[in-house]
Design a binder for this molecule. Structure first.
Ligand SMILES: [Zn+2]
Length: 505
């Protein structure tokens, strides 16, 4: 590269896609950013920020979606073709050629009928830019790092926190590493970083690997020490994506730096530690069946608001978000209905027709309708909601218009408030509920399709149980019909001794 300001491209495709969910992610699921819109996505590249000034940024194209079901091949191909075409175009002219590329991916994208989508995309990206462009990728720790993906990239990193409070910080680290390695005197060319890559045959749900509790807390804590060792640049642990049925779905350790032997040694140390503590991963909260959770929430002295995670259909893990299994049981529970019943918010299902029916009826009107299970009717059919329209709002960008049906007789208070959105919508924050006209802090019981509680809900919850409910992201992995994952694999298998030797790429 020249001594002038380096030119850094930005591209990628991010989704966490469950192969066990009947939902399909197509063009309507993705937000596609190009040009200034793409640069503006990264706060650390805002005008005036040091990283903004350190390079000339070349936004190509990036597609990002909420977690969901597997991606439609035609949409994947279209984004891939656009990325490659734009890369070829800038590389064709020496005046616009890139010095580096920031490749922003999640790592758990499953595409219908394909394997290792990110490995495929990364390999094509490398072919388009050639061997001399330094590529740095930032990922979710629930992503998967296949050998083709690791081989095609020069630098890799992932979140160190679950919940992902360090998401933007991690992307920033990926960019910072990229800039720090470009054309410095000690490292005159790209591709000089050694990567010790170590797959560990362990596959665990995110709800057992929160970094707020042990053993993940200490395991991830080691990374700060490892990355500070001489000859080491960065160290990462990918938990992997539990709800993808492909050979690459497993934990991976990668330690990168200038000292290949040091990287190998630390990768193997981390891999051994992860393997040794595999039995110690437990759910981040006390768990129970839905019935056990409701019993606990209704017990004398139960704290308010009492949160219950409806974890099997968590849309932010890839669940469809319209599984009615839990709501059907909640509205049938006589303890949750009638005068004096506790106020129970249930977030949420999506059903555009049901929302329209509530809008036609109007606030306060009696309704008797069926809702949900339009996409995922494997686990339960539509739920019958008899009650009154308690709220009608415009919702937010994600949800579209929202209707809340309070189940029960007219004029009562309390009971089950079923939130129905127009589109798939996760409920993670106070503002999500506010957009539905509800305040979870004033409810008695809050049932939400989520795994571990995101920080705002966690702080708000006076008590919390993780409900082990059915859906596309069932927490009981061994019950999933996995056929393509690598075996042996913990927890499916346990009577084996993996080699745990890192490969330096
Ligand atoms: Zn994640």
């Amino acid at each position: 590269m020249s001594n002038s300001t380096p030119r850094i491209g930005i591209c990628g495709m991010s989704i966490e896609a469950s192969t066990y969910s009947p939902h399909r992610s197509g063009a309507e699921s993705f937000t596609v950013r190009r040009g200034d819109d793409l640069v503006a996505y990264y706060p650390f590249l805002a005008p005036g920020q040091p990283l903004r000034e350190a390079a000339e940024w070349v936004p190509l194209v990036h597609a990002r979606s909420l977690p969901g079901g597997a991606v439609e091949p035609a949409f994947y191909d279209a984004i891939k073709e656009e990325i490659i075409a734009r890369l070829r175009a800038v590389m064709a002219d020496p005046a616009t050629a890139l010095d580096g590329l920031f490749f922003d991916i999640h790592g758990a994208m499953n595409v219908i009928g394909r394997l290792d989508a990110e490995g495929d995309l990364a390999t094509a990206v490398r072919a388009a830019v050639g061997p001399d462009v330094l590529i740095s990728t930032s990922m979710d720790l629930h992503g998967n790092v296949s050998r083709p993906l690791a081989s095609a990239m020069d630098l890799l990193t992932c979140y160190r926190m679950a919940p992902h409070e360090d998401a933007m910080l991690t992307k920033q680290r990926g960019v910072y590493k990229l800039l720090s390695r470009l054309g410095t005197p000690a490292h005159p060319g790209p591709g000089r970083v050694h990567k010790a890559w170590l797959p560990v045959p362990v596959l665990l749900p995110g709800e057992k690997t929160s970094t707020r509790i042990e053993p993940a807390k200490s395991l991830y804590g080691e990374l700060y020490w490892v990355e500070a060792q001489p000859g080491v640049l960065d160290a990462s642990i990918w938990v992997g994506y539990a709800w993808g049925d492909e050979p690459r779905n497993m934990a991976v350790i990668e330690v990168e730096g200038d000292d290949a032997e040091a990287c190998r040694r630390y990768a193997e140390m981390l891999g051994r530690r992860l393997w040794d503590v595999r039995h110690e991963f437990v759910f981040v909260a006390p768990t129970g069946s839905l019935a056990e959770c409701v019993d606990a929430a209704l017990a004398g002295g139960a704290k308010r608001p009492f949160f219950i995670s409806d974890s099997g259909d968590n849309p932010t893990a890839g669940g469809t978000g319209d599984v009615t299994w839990s709501l059907t049981r909640l509205v049938a529970d006589p303890r949750l209905a009638g005068a004096g019943a506790p106020t129970t918010l249930v977030a949420s299902i999506f059903d555009a027709e049901a929302v329209a029916a509530c809008q036609a009826a109007g606030v306060g009107a009696a309704v008797d309708l069926e809702a949900g299970a339009r996409i995922d009717h494997v686990h339960a059919g539509p739920v019958r909601l008899r009650g009154e329209v308690a709220r009608l709002t415009e919702g937010d960008e994600t949800s579209g218009p929202v209707a809340v049906v309070r189940v029960g007789a007219a004029g009562e208070t309390g009971g089950v408030y079923a939130i129905i959105t127009t589109r798939r919508k996760p409920y993670h924050t106070l503002s999500d509920f506010a957009a539905a006209g509800l305040d979870p802090r004033r409810a008695d019981i809050v049932v939400v399709k989520i795994g571990y509680l995101e920080p705002e809900l966690f702080d708000m919850a006076a008590d919390w149980l993780l409900g082990l409910t059915p859906g596309g992201v069932d927490q009981d992995l061994v019950n999933l019909s996995a056929v393509a994952i690598t075996r042996p694999m913990f927890p499916w298998d346990d009577d084996f001794a993996p080699g745990l030797g890192a490969e330096v790429l």
